[in-house]
Design a protein around this ligand. Structure first.
Ligand SMILES: Cc1cc2nc3c(=O)[nH]c(=O)nc-3n(C[C@H](O)[C@H](O)[C@H](O)COP(=O)(O)OP(=O)(O)OC[C@H]3O[C@@H](n4cnc5c(N)ncnc54)[C@H](O)[C@@H]3O)c2cc1C
Length: 466
């Protein structure tokens, strides 16, 4: 992954070159095309999917017309306050101001200018967001989002080269990037020059050496991520003298169906479901920290837990992709009462029945919750019940290259690298230093908001008009 001295000339060159064709890269390409600039996206895989395709496809954004249309009053200021509270102030407020201000316009621009339909997913509430502000495509899936972004790129005339693994950067002693080297599946290489380079190759969740180095506490933990998240952008950036920050930050998740290793939707928990361990007991306020819940689950006996809900919630959400997958894989167990479900899940019936009785008492206001959960706006869980065995995992990293408000990469001394940009998982996020600062849907917010900002700025920098 070295930085190579630039050749005299490149056989082919584009003003704006983008490494990585996930949500960030494709959004950056749209922004560059809006500025009338030629752009080429280089994607390692045969079909662009990335971490984005594994996601629920939702990004957080505030003050959008989509929120207003369904009567949700929100603002960038409220979003900013929520992020600062979630991170306990341990993040860069100036950067958070930019992201929380620009996320809303990014959602509206994607929908109104580029035909990427995004609407508010009201099922995702709480977990740090004062009001519902997750915006998702109609099928609420990352694969659906990728499909829409790819169609938009085609309409906008953005060029995409797949099976194009960027292995090296060409840069001079000032840190100016002149181009990249691309390796093709047959082993041949191609050199492509550029006016500006946007790094959109995501983070390092799939690079076990980097995880062991930067997040040692999760060195042996399961990861559930896209295998190309190898930290390439961070490696190149560091070689060029870039600053990195919050390298210990990541999003965990405690709702990976086990042993099927399929994403299960946290909506059941948000809407009043609970999580118990193999002893049939709750172990946390399930709503306190959805990212940190991954570690909470891993700390339970056997590193597993169970999401428990009822028949009403099962029917309400039975058409979600994650539910359909879990049903097909026989991951969802049912019981006509607490003891029958406990038997199906293999946990002690009496303890589990007591847990359900305690939750009932909390919900009807006759006792307070041992873990401080309020269960606000959720109904009682009534038999028959359903449950899914889950485990925790590290999903994606949140530390990365430090960028300015236009996605341009900064050096350790605060100065800017001449023509290098980064966004999405490649850049330092708004999550602060650990696992608890992640606010739901910040990953795609960073990818698409910074993608738009970086694409716009890189196009302006190159000044090449089509
Ligand atoms: C299970 C799961 C669920 C999630 N759900 C959500 C959610 O609902 N909302 C949310 O906001 N976030 C979610 N996230 C996080 C979110 O998916 C990521 O933050 C986001 O997709 C990052 O986008 P990206 O464009 O930076 O990276 P990616 O989507 O991973 O795209 C990077 C692309 O770069 C390519 N690439 C890598 N290296 C190279 C190279 N050297 N040369 C060429 N190409 C390269 C990769 O193949 C990939 O296509 C979830 C993550 C996981 C794992």
């Amino acid at each position: 992954m070295p930085i190579l001295p630039p050749p005299r000339a490149f056989a082919a060159s584009v003003p704006v070159l983008i490494a990585g064709g996930g949500a960030c890269g494709l959004t950056a390409a749209l922004a560059a095309r809006d500025a009338g600039v030629d752009v080429l996206v280089l994607e390692r895989d045969a079909t662009p999917q990335g971490t984005t395709s594994m996601s629920l496809g939702a990004m957080c954004a505030a003050g959008t017309r989509m929120q207003r249309e369904v009567g949700i009053s929100d603002s960038p200021e409220q979003f900013f306050a929520d992020v600062m509270a979630r991170t306990k102030g341990e993040t860069d407020p100036d950067f958070v101001r930019v992201i929380t201000r620009e996320a809303g316009p990014t959602v509206e621009w994607l929908a109104d200018v580029h035909g990427v339909p995004l609407s508010v997913d009201a099922d995702w509430r709480g977990l740090g967001h004062a009001v519902p502000r997750l915006h998702a495509p109609p099928d609420k899936s990352g694969a659906g989002l990728m499909g829409r972004l790819l169609q938009a790129n085609e309409r906008a005339g953005a060029d995409l080269l797949t099976r194009a693994h960027v292995t090296d950067l060409y840069a001079d002693s000032s840190g100016k990037v002149h181009g990249v080297r691309v390796k093709r599946p047959d082993g041949t290489t191609e050199d492509i020059g550029c006016g500006a380079l946007i790094l959109a190759t995501c983070g390092f969740a799939a690079n076990h050496e980097m995880i062991a180095k930067y997040i040692p506490g999760m060195g042996n933990a399961r990861t559930f991520t896209w295998e190309n998240s190898q930290g390439d952008a961070i490696t190149w950036g560091l070689e060029l003298g870039a600053a990195v920050a919050d390298m210990g930050a990541y999003q965990g998740y405690g709702a990976l169906a086990y042993p099927q290793l399929q994403l299960f939707n946290y909506t059941y928990v948000i809407d009043g479901g609970i999580m118990v361990n193999t002893e049939g007991k709750r172990f946390s306020d399930e709503m306190a920290d959805v990212s940190g819940q991954g570690v909470n689950v891993l700390r339970q006996p056997g590193g597993v837990a169970f999401i428990v809900y009822d028949d009403a919630l099962h029917h309400k959400y039975k058409d979600m992709i994650e539910t359909r997958n879990a049903m097909e894989l026989n991951a969802v167990k049912f019981g006509k009462d607490a003891h029958e479900l406990a038997a199906a899940l293999g946990i002690p019936g009496d303890a589990f029945a007591q847990t359900l009785a305690d939750v009932r008492a909390v919900k009807n206001g006759t006792r307070t919750d041992d873990f401080g959960r309020t269960f606000a706006e959720t109904a009682q869980l009534n038999p028959p019940y359903a449950g899914v065995k889950v485990t925790g995992a590290l999903y994606h990293t949140q530390g990365g290259l430090v960028v300015d408000g236009h996605g341009q990469v900064k050096r350790a001394d605060g100065s800017l690298l001449p023509n290098l940009f980064a966004g999405g998982g490649a850049a330092r996020s708004i999550s602060g230093p650990g696992a608890s600062g992640y606010i739901p849907a910040a990953g795609l917010c960073m990818a698409m908001t910074l993608g738009r900002l970086a694409g716009t700025a890189a196009a302006k920098m190159t000044g090449h008009k089509k």
